[in-house]
Design a protein around this ligand. Structure first.
Ligand SMILES: *[C@@H]1O[C@H](CO)[C@@H](O)[C@H](O)[C@H]1NC(C)=O
Ligand SMILES: *[C@@H]1O[C@H](CO)[C@@H](O)[C@H](O)[C@H]1NC(C)=O
Ligand SMILES: *[C@@H]1O[C@H](CO)[C@@H](O)[C@H](O)[C@H]1NC(C)=O
Ligand SMILES: *[C@@H]1O[C@H](CO)[C@@H](O)[C@H](O)[C@H]1NC(C)=O
Length: 508
C-alpha cells in the first residue's frame, strides 16, 4: 500500500497559519481573501445550531430480531464535529475507566492512550485494570504525519450508550505517539470499524466490532449519523454530536428510504462511484477515474477527497457555475479562506454536488447530493465583520474518500451482514428548515461501464512482494557486507502511508 506522498497541504498547518493574501473583491459580492493568521482557541463564531428533528415513529427494533437492543438508548451517543472527529464514551477494564474514543470507519484497530500525553486529559491505565491481559506483542502504526506505538492486549469493554453487555476486546495500548493526539481534541483513543484486513500488525487481530457481534450477539450492522453540518468547525462551543447505532438502524434518524450500494471489497468500506455531477452537469469522466485507486466511506477523514483529475474537473465546473470568475486558486487548494461581509452568505453562488453510486441492482444507480452549505464550510470570524469559509473538497493521490463533509448529510448504514452500505436523508442535516442533502434513485446505469472499481492490493500478493524484496535485500546485504559497508535494513511493517487516515485532513 505504498503511495506517493502528494504535495497535499496539511490541514493543521492550514488552520494555524492561514496565509491570506491581498484583499480582493469578486463579482458583486464583497468577497475578501483576508490577511493574517488567526488563533483557533480564541475563535468566536458558531453561526448556526442544527436541531435534531426526529419525526419517525419512535422506538424501533426493526433490525434486531431478538429485540434485545434498544436503539433509542444510543441516539446522541456521539460528540464532536467534522474538524475534531466524532467520539463515543467507553468504559475499559475492571473497574471501568471512562475514555472518549474517536469513531473511524477507515481503520481497524481499537487503540487507546495508555500513558500520559500533553494533549490529553486522561488515559487508560492498564495497571489499574484487573482484567487487562498483555499479549506481549507490540504494534506500531505510522501515518504520513504522526504515528503511535503500543502494546497489544485484551480487556473487558462496555459502551454506556451502546448495546447492553461487556465484551473482551483487542486493545492497542498506546505508549508513545507523535502527531496523533492534537491540542483541543477531547478523545483519548480510536475505534477502527473497518475490516480485519486493515488491522495492524496483521489481520489476526480481531477488530472491535467483530468481537462485539460475536460476544453480544447483536446483528452485524452499525449506522452512523454525524450532526456537525453547518457548524463552524473551529468553534469551541458544545460539539453538536451524533449517533452510532450498534446492531441496526434507528428510524427516527432518517427520512425517506435507505438506498444501498454494494461493498466492493471488505477492507476499507469500498464502494463504486459511477458518476459525478456539479449542478446538473455530468463531469463525464471515465468512471474508473472516480475510483482510482479506490473509493471509500471514511468517518475519520474530514473532507470529500477526489482523485486529482476528478478534483480539477470539479473545481473547473464549480468555477464555471458559481459565477465567481477569478476565485483565488488558494481557496480551492485549501490554503486560503474566502470571506464575505457578515450576513452575505455565499452558498447561493455555488452548485449542488452529486455522487452516483452503484445500486444493489447493478444495472441501476442512485445519487447522494450535498448542498453548498455542506462543502462551503464556515470556519470562524477573522475580524468580526467577516464570515469566512473553506472549501470542503481536496485532491487525493490515493483514491476518492467520502469523508465527514459528505457523511454529515446522511444517515449511513454499514450493513456488513449483507455487504452493503446504505444512505438515507439524515434527520439532522437541516439548516433553517431546509434539507442540506438529497438522496434520489433509481437511475439506469446502462451508460456506465459494468465495473468501475480497481482491485485492492491483496495480502498474499503483498507477501510475495515482501519476500521478493527481502530476498533482494539479502543479496544486497551480502554484497554490502562484502564491501564492508553499512548493513541493509528492512522497512518496519505496519506502516500506513495513507493520506486518507484521520491524522491528516482534520483541522484540529
Ligand atoms: C490564542 O488564544 C489563547 C486563549 O485566548 C491565548 O492564551 C493565546 O495567547 C493566543 N495565542 C496567540 C498566538 O494569539
Ligand atoms: C439495556 O437493558 C436495560 C434493562 O433491561 C434496558 O432498559 C435498556 O433499554 C437496554 N439498553 C439497550 C441499549 O439495549
Ligand atoms: C434491475 O434494473 C433493471 C433496469 O432498470 C430492471 O430491468 C430489472 O428488472 C431490475 N432487476 C430487479 C431484480 O429488480
Ligand atoms: C470489479 O473489478 C474489481 C477489480 O478488478 C474486482 O475486485 C471486483 O470484484 C469487480 N466487481 C464485479 C462486480 O465484478
Amino acid at each position: 500500500m505504498a503511495r506517493a506522498a502528494a504535495a497535499a497541504v496539511s490541514t493543521r498547518a492550514f488552520i494555524f497559519s492561514v496565509f491570506l493574501g491581498v484583499s480582493q473583491c469578486y463579482f458583486a459580492v464583497p468577497l475578501k481573501i483576508s490577511t493574517g493568521s488567526y488563533n483557533v482557541s480564541s475563535d468566536v463564531g458558531v453561526t448556526r445550531r442544527v436541531v435534531l428533528t426526529a419525526d419517525g415513529d419512535g422506538l424501533s427494533l426493526a433490525s434486531d430480531p431478538s429485540g434485545a437492543v434498544n436503539f433509542l438508548d444510543m441516539v446522541n451517543n456521539l460528540q464532536g464535529d467534522y474538524g475534531r472527529g466524532y467520539y463515543i464514551e467507553m468504559s475499559i477494564g475492571t473497574p471501568g475507566q471512562k475514555v472518549n474514543i474517536l469513531v473511524d470507519t477507515g481503520s481497524s484497530n481499537f487503540a487507546v492512550a495508555a500513558a500520559p500525553h500533553p494533549f490529553i486529559t486522561h488515559y487508560f491505565d492498564a495497571a489499574l485494570s484487573g482484567t487487562y491481559q498483555s499479549s506481549g506483542r507490540t504494534v506500531a502504526v505510522r501515518y504520513t504525519q504522526g504515528n503511535w506505538e503500543g502494546e497489544l492486549g485484551t480487556d473487558r469493554v462496555s459502551i454506556p450508550n451502546g448495546p447492553n453487555g461487556t465484551a473482551t476486546i483487542n486493545i492497542a495500548a498506546i505508549l508513545s505517539s507523535e502527531g496523533f493526539f492534537l491540542p483541543g481534541v477531547n478523545w483519548q483513543g480510536i475505534l477502527g470499524l473497518a475490516y480485519p484486513m486493515l488491522a495492524r500488525p496483521d489481520s489476526s487481530v480481531v477488530p472491535f466490532f467483530n468481537s462485539l457481534v460475536q460476544q453480544l450477539g447483536i446483528p452485524d450492522i452499525f449506522s452512523l449519523q454525524m450532526c456537525g453540518a453547518g457548524i463552524s468547525a473551529s468553534s469551541t462551543a458544545d460539539p453538536p454530536g451524533g449517533s452510532l447505532i450498534m446492531g441496526g438502524i434507528e428510524p427516527t434518524l432518517y427520512q425517506g428510504s435507505v438506498w444501498y450500494t454494494p461493498i466492493v471489497e471488505e477492507w476499507y468500506f469500498q464502494v463504486e462511484v459511477l458518476k459525478l455531477e456539479v449542478g446538473d452537469q455530468n463531469l463525464d469522466l471515465d468512471c474508473r477515474e472516480y475510483n482510482m485507486d479506490k473509493a471509500i466511506v471514511d468517518s475519520g477523514t474530514t473532507l470529500l477527497r477526489l482523485p486529482v483529475n476528478v478534483f480539477n474537473a470539479v473545481v473547473e465546473a464549480i468555477t464555471r457555475s458559481s459565477l465567481i470568475q477569478d476565485f483565488s486558486s488558494g481557496f480551492w487548494d485549501g490554503s486560503k479562506l474566502a470571506c464575505w461581509m457578515k450576513g452575505e452568505t455565499p452558498w447561493r453562488f455555488f452548485p449542488k454536488l452529486s455522487i452516483y453510486l452503484r445500486a444493489t441492482n447493478t444495472s441501476q444507480s442512485f445519487r447522494i447530493t450535498i448542498l453548498p452549505k455542506l462543502y462551503i464550510q464556515p470556519i470562524t470570524d477573522v475580524d468580526g465583520t467577516l464570515d469566512c469559509f473553506r472549501f470542503g473538497l481536496s485532491s487525493s493521490a490515493n483514491g476518492l474518500v467520502i469523508g465527514a463533509t459528505v457523511m454529515e448529510g446522511f444517515y449511513v448504514v454499514f450493513d456488513r451482514a449483507q455487504r452493503r452500505l446504505g444512505f438515507a436523508l439524515s434527520s439532522c442535516a437541516v439548516s433553517g428548515g431546509e434539507a442540506l442533502s438529497e438522496v434520489a434513485g433509481p437511475f439506469s446505469a446502462a451508460d456506465v461501464a459494468a465495473n468501475c472499481s480497481w482491485a485492492p492490493p491483496k495480502e498474499p500478493f503483498m507477501w510475495v512482494i515482501s519476500y521478493a524484496l527481502m530476498a533482494v535485500c539479502a543479496v544486497v546485504l551480502i554484497m554490502l557486507l562484502l564491501l564492508l559497508v553499512l548493513p541493509c535494513r528492512r522497512n518496519r511493517s505496519g506502516e500506513i502511508t495513507d493520506e486518507s487516515s484521520l491524522v491528516r485532513h482534520r483541522i484540529k
